[in-house]
Design a protein around this ligand. Structure first.
Ligand code: SF4
Ligand code: SF4
Length: 205
């Protein structure tokens, strides 16, 4: 956990009005991304030329990002969004970042201190990410179309975003959920691991 946030404040159920530094907000986000195992998915994506950092002036060869900001930390591509959607954690993520002002594109105007009333609590789902990464690796290798996994990522992204725009339209929601299911049907290892994950959660309840 980031050292700037006292442990008590990061436990579920202990949310209260907190003043948090911009640096701590970024650390919380980066820590959460590590916990969910984003790195294994990014590795496959980057290997096949789909990095979301391509062309950014803050990207330095051999170093990586030189200007971590709240905007890029909060931003999720279709695969990371799907990971949180499938594990019912997307709203937790979005709810945390909605509290952080000044997000922009590849930079931020976030004040040095922000006030939040909820922290971020994501389950560790690294095994799920590894399974998804293995599925993506297989798809990228087997599929003849160049950039197939990146096109798929963007389609999933679009569909998950659309869900937010039809909260009161159950018919449309169902249709979009069906689309997401169809788009994610090649994620065989991921689905097996997700079932296991649901079983473990069920056993612990
Ligand atoms: S687009 Fe997504 S999977 Fe690819 S590098 Fe960016 S965050 Fe990682
Ligand atoms: S600022 Fe954002 S897009 Fe640019 S290198 Fe850093 S994380 Fe990547």
């Amino acid at each position: 956990m980031p050292t700037l946030i006292p442990d008590e404040q990061s436990k579920p159920g202990s949310d209260q009005l907190l003043s948090m530094s911009r640096k701590a907000v970024i650390e919380i986000g980066v820590h959460a991304l590590n916990e969910i195992g984003a790195g294994s998915i990014c590795s496959v994506c980057i290997k096949y030329g789909g990095s979301c950092c391509i062309g950014c002036r803050h990207l330095v060869n051999g170093i990586g990002c030189t200007t971590r900001n709240t905007s890029c930390t909060a931003w999720l591509c279709g695969y990371l969004k799907y990971l949180l959607y499938a594990t019912n954690q997307l709203e937790e993520w979005n709810g945390f970042w909605r509290q952080v002002p000044g997000q922009s594109y590849r930079e931020d105007d976030t004040p040095e201190y922000v006030t939040v009333d909820k922290s971020l609590h994501l389950r560790s789902i690294a095994k799920l990410s590894e399974a998804l990464a293995a599925d993506l690796q297989e798809l990228a290798t087997k599929h003849p179309a160049i950039g197939f996994i990146h096109t798929l990522r963007d389609k999933i992204d679009k569909n998950i975003d659309q869900l937010n725009h039809c909260k009161n339209d159950p018919k449309r929601r169902k249709r979009i959920e069906r689309n997401i299911k169809a788009l994610s049907s090649p994620f065989r290892r991921f689905q097996i691991e997700l079932d296991e994950c649901h079983k473990r959660i069920g056993e612990n309840e």
